[in-house]
Write a protein that binds this ligand. Structure first.
Ligand code: DGJ
Length: 726
C-alpha cells in the first residue's frame, strides 16, 4: 500500500535532505495503521503517509511530500485551505510552521499526539490533535485554534483535518437520502476538481446527506479486499467534506464544520475547537472499516456501549396523536404480554392551553394533557411497572410551535430574523440554543419531566426541522454567523447536564428519523432512530447503509403494520420481524389490531430475539450479499469468541425457479464445528432450510462451500443460528 504520492525529491538539495533527517518524524500508530508526518527543511509539517502499519525503522525511507498537514490560506498551495484567518491587522494570510509536538497515553488503548503549529509572524497557533485508538484502528483528529493578537481574528475556514492521499484512482462512496429514505449509497470515481458533500441545515443536519464516506483506492470498493479509508465527522451541525483531486492527481480530503456563512470572530486567548473526524484504514475492504467503527463505537462512541439494549413497543404508528389513558393502558398490557421490556409513549401527551392533538400546536408546553391522561404520566409509569416493563417518553425539547404558551411568553427565544415572516417547517420553530437561558429551559424540560414522574427509564429525543431564517435574537449583530457553531455548543451543554444528572436513563437519538446521527452526539445516547420508514424492504437498504459506520446494537428497528403507513407495501409479518431482529428489535403498532395468530407469532419472535440478541448486539458484522447487487441479500454476526453466529437472509424478489445463491459465511473459526438451527420459523409452513436443520459443519466448510438453501418467494426470510459444538 502506498498512499503517498508525489515526493519533492527533485526540489531538495542534498543539504536539505540531510537537514530533513534531523527534523522530527511524527507518527500516529494504531495496531494496523500508520499516519506519518515529517517536518521539512522550511519547518513545514507535511503529511507523508497514511495506510497499512509501517515499522518504525522504515520511517526514514518515507519521502517528504508537499502536502501541508493543515494548509493555511495565503501560504499553502493547495486548492482548498483547511484554515483561513484574517488577522487583527487585516492580514489575510497565515503561515503555519512546526513548533513542537507531544505524545501521551490517555489509556492503555489510546495514545494522543498533539502537534503545535505557529504562525511565522503572528502570535497565532493551531494544535492538531490525534487520538489513536490502537485496537480499533481508529484515529480521531481535530484542531484547536487560538491566538494572542491584540484584537480578535476572524476565522473563515476552520477544518478538522486535511487528509492527503496519492493513488492513481479514487472511488468515493457517499451516503445520502431524505426523510424516510435515509442512508442510500452511491459510489463514483473522483475526477479532477472537487466533489463536495455538505450540509447547510444547521440542525437536523443529516436529513439529506450524512457526513460519512468510504474512499476506495485504485478500484471500486470491495467488501473483503482492497485498500479503503472510511471516515465520519463527529458533529451534529452543518458540515463539509471536500474531496479535491489536484493537478497532480493527489487527493485532499478536507473535513469539518461547514464554514459556509459561519465566519467566527475569535477573541484573544480563547480556544476554538473543531469537531473531530474519525477515520480508519483497511487493507481488506469495507467489511473491516465497519467492524473497526463498531468496535470503537461500543467502547467510545455510544453511551454505555457495553450494555444490552432493551426491546420496546412504541405507540407512534399505533395511535399517532389519538390516544387516551385507556388506549395506552391496553397497549402497555399487550406489550408486556408479548414480551417487550419497555413501553415508549410518543408525541401528543402534553399541552394545556394548546393541546398537542396534531403537529400544529402545543410543542414547547411540556405539561400533561389532562383530557387525554387525567392521572398524568405517573399513572402510565405505574401501569408499566405493574405489568413488569419499563416506561419511556418522547420529548422534542429544542423546538416550539408558535401556537404554544412558550412562544407567547418568549417569542425571542426562537431562531429567526427580524423583519422576516416566521418560516415554519412541520408548523414549528427551533429554539435558539446559543442563548444560555434557552439552554437552561431545554435542560429544565428534561429535568422536570424526569423529576415530576419518577421511574421514567427512557427518553426519545426528537428534532424535526432544520434551520432557515438563521438569525439569533441573543447573539450580537457582529456574531450572527456564530449561530451554527454556538447552537451545537449549546446542545452539548444541555446534554452534558442531562447526563451528569441522569446517568441511568436510556436516550434515543431521533430527528424525524435519521436526521441527526453522529459520533459527537451518540456518546450521550444509547440508541438512535434511523428512519420513520418502517417498511421492512426499505429498511434492508437503510440499515445496510447505516451499519457501515454505526453498530446494529444502537439501531432501533421496529415491526409495524401492513400496508406500511409510508410506502403502502405489504410484507409478511415474519419478514418484518426478521429484518427488525437483525438490529435492535422494537414494535410500532397497535397490538389489539393483530389476530391471535399474529400475536402468538410476535410473542415467539420476541422470545427468539432474546436468544440471539447478544450475538446481534455485540457480535462482529459481516456483510455477505448486498441488496444493491443481488436479489437475495444476507449478513451475519459472529460473537467475539467465534462460538456463536447468526445469519440473516432475505429474498427481495420472487424467484420462480428458486434462488440458490450460496451464502459464503465469514468470520467463523475454520476449525470449529457449528450446528445450524433455524430461528423464528413460521409455524405450519414448510421451510426450505429443513434439510440443513441440526446439521453440523466446520467453519472452514461454511466459509468455503457456504450455506446453501433455496428461497422462492418475494420477502422470504431466514434467520439461521450457528452454535459451536465442543
Ligand atoms: C418524528 C419521529 O421520527 C417519529 O418517530 C415520531 O416520534 C414523530 N416525530 C412524532 O412527532
Amino acid at each position: 500500500m502506498k498512499i503517498f504520492l508525489f515526493s519533492l525529491m527533485c526540489l531538495f538539495s542534498s543539504v536539505a535532505f540531510a537537514q530533513e533527517i534531523l527534523t522530527p518524524v511524527i507518527s500516529v500508530n494504531t495496531r494496523n495503521n500508520t499516519l506519518l508526518f515529517k517536518v521539512d527543511d522550511k519547518s513545514k509539517l507535511r503529511q507523508c503517509y497514511y495506510g497499512e502499519k509501517l515499522p518504525e525503522a522504515s520511517f526514514k525511507g518515507v519521502q517528504t511530500t508537499a502536502a501541508d498537514a493543515y494548509p493555511a490560506f495565503g501560504t499553502s498551495y493547495v486548492h482548498e485551505a483547511a484554515l483561513r484567518a484574517v488577522h487583527a491587522d487585516g492580514n489575510t494570510s497565515t503561515e503555519l510552521i512546526y513548533d513542537s509536538h507531544s505524545v501521551k497515553n490517555i489509556s492503555d488503548n489510546i495514545e494522543q499526539t498533539v502537534i503545535t503549529l505557529k504562525d511565522a509572524y503572528f502570535p497565532f497557533q493551531v494544535k492538531l490533535f490525534f487520538n489513536a485508538y490502537k485496537n480499533e484502528n481508529v484515529i480521531e483528529q481535530w484542531a484547536e485554534i487560538s491566538h494572542q493578537e491584540k484584537k480578535p481574528v476572524t476565522l473563515y475556514n476552520f477544518a478538522s483535518s486535511h487528509l492527503f492521499v496519492s493513488e492513481p484512482t479514487y472511488y468515493l462512496t457517499q451516503f445520502y437520502g431524505n426523510w424516510a429514505e435515509e442512508m442510500n449509497m452511491a459510489e463514483m470515481q473522483l475526477t479532477r476538481g472537487q466533489k463536495v458533500l455538505q450540509s447547510k441545515l444547521g440542525v437536523r443536519a443529516d436529513q439529506y446527506d450524512h457526513p460519512c464516506f468510504l474512499l476506495s483506492l485504485d478500484a471500486p470498493a470491495q467488501e473483503n479486499s482492497g485498500s479503503v479509508i472510511g471516515g465520519t465527522l463527529a458533529w451534529p451541525g452543518s458540515w463539509n467534506l471536500t474531496f479535491d483531486v489536484d493537478n497532480l492527481n493527489n487527493l485532499h480530503i478536507i473535513s469539518g464544520a461547514n464554514p459556509y456563512a459561519s465566519q467566527y470572530i475569535l477573541k484573544p486567548n480563547t480556544n476554538f475547537k473543531t469537531p473531530a473526524l474519525l477515520y480508519t484504514f483497511s487493507e481488506e475492504g469495507t467489511g473491516n472499516i465497519s467492524r473497526n467503527f463498531h468496535r470503537w463505537a461500543k467502547k467510545y462512541g455510544i453511551y454505555r456501549g457495553d450494555r444490552t439494549r432493551t426491546t420496546l413497543l412504541n405507540n407512534w404508528e399505533a395511535t399517532y396523536f389519538d390516544f387516551n389513558e385507556e388506549v395506552l393502558s391496553g397497549i402497555i398490557k399487550d406489550a408486556s404480554e408479548m414480551g417487550f421490556e419497555l413501553f415508549l409513549l410518543d408525541d401528543g401527551w402534553f399541552g394545556e392551553k394548546y393541546p398537542r392533538n396534531s403537529d400544529t400546536a402545543g410543542l414547547g408546553d411540556w405539561m400533561v394533557n389532562k383530557k387525554k391522561l387525567p392521572n398524568g404520566i405517573g399513572y402510565l409509569v405505574n401501569e408499566s411497572h405493574n405489568k413488569g416493563i419499563k416506561f419511556g417518553i418522547w420529548l422534542e425539547p429544542e423546538m416550539v410551535n408558535p401556537k404554544s404558551e412558550l412562544y407567547e411568553k418568549h417569542p425571542d427565544w426562537v431562531i429567526g430574523q427580524k423583519n422576516r415572516p416566521l418560516d415554519l417547517s412541520r408548523n414549528q420553530l427551533i429554539l435558539d440554543l446559543s442563548n444560555p437561558k434557552v439552554q437552561d429551559y431545554v435542560y429544565s424540560v428534561v429535568d422536570n419531566t424526569m423529576s415530576e414522574n419518577p421511574g421514567i427509564a427512557y427518553i426519545k429525543w426528537d428534532c424535526n426541522r432544520f434551520v432557515t431564517n438563521s438569525g439569533s435574537y441573543y447573539l450580537p449583530a457582529s456574531e450572527q454567523s456564530h449561530l451554527w457553531i454556538e447552537y451545537v455548543r449549546g446542545l452539548f451543554n444541555v446534554l452534558d447536564r442531562v447526563r451528569a444528572k441522569y446517568k441511568d436513563v436510556s436516550l434515543m437519538l431521533c430527528s424525524g428519523g435519521g436526521g441527526r446521527i453522529d459520533y459527537a452526539t451518540l456518546p450521550y445516547f444509547d440508541e438512535f432512530w434511523i428512519s420513520d420508514n418502517t417498511d421492512a424492504l426499505d429498511r434492508i437498504f437503510i440499515q445496510w447503509g447505516t451499519t457501515y459506520f454505526f453498530p446494529s446494537m444502537a439501531l432501533a428497528s421496529h415491526v409495524s403494520v401492513v400496508p406500511n403507513h409510508i410506502t403502502g407495501r405489504t410484507t409478511p409479518l415474519k419478514f418484518r420481524f426478521d429484518v427488525a431482529m437483525s438490529a435492535k428489535l422494537g414494535m410500532d403498532l397497535q397490538p389489539k389490531d393483530m389476530t391471535p395468530e399474529e400475536k402468538e407469532f410476535s410473542k415467539n419472535a420476541i422470545r427468539e430475539y432474546y436468544g440471539i440478541r447478544e450475538i446481534v448486539q455485540f457480535g462482529d458484522l459481516y456483510r455477505l450479499l448486498s441488496p444493491y447487487t443481488n436479489k437475495r441479500t444476507a449478513m451475519m454476526y459472529v460473537s467475539e469468541d467465534k462460538d456463536n453466529a447468526v445469519v440473516f437472509s432475505y429474498l427481495l424478489k420472487k424467484s420462480i425457479n428458486g434462488n440458490t445463491q450460496p451464502l459464503i459465511l465469514k468470520g467463523l473459526d475454520p476449525k470449529k464445528n457449528y450446528k445450524l438451527t433455524e430461528v423464528n420459523k413460521m409455524p405450519g409452513s414448510y421451510s426450505w432450510f429443513t434439510p440443513l436443520e441440526g446439521k453440523v459443519y466446520t467453519g472452514e466448510f461454511l466459509m468455503k462451500y457456504g450455506l446453501r438453501f433455496t428461497m422462492y418467494n418475494e420477502y422470504d426470510s431466514k434467520v439461521i443460528r450457528l452454535t459451536v459444538q465442543k
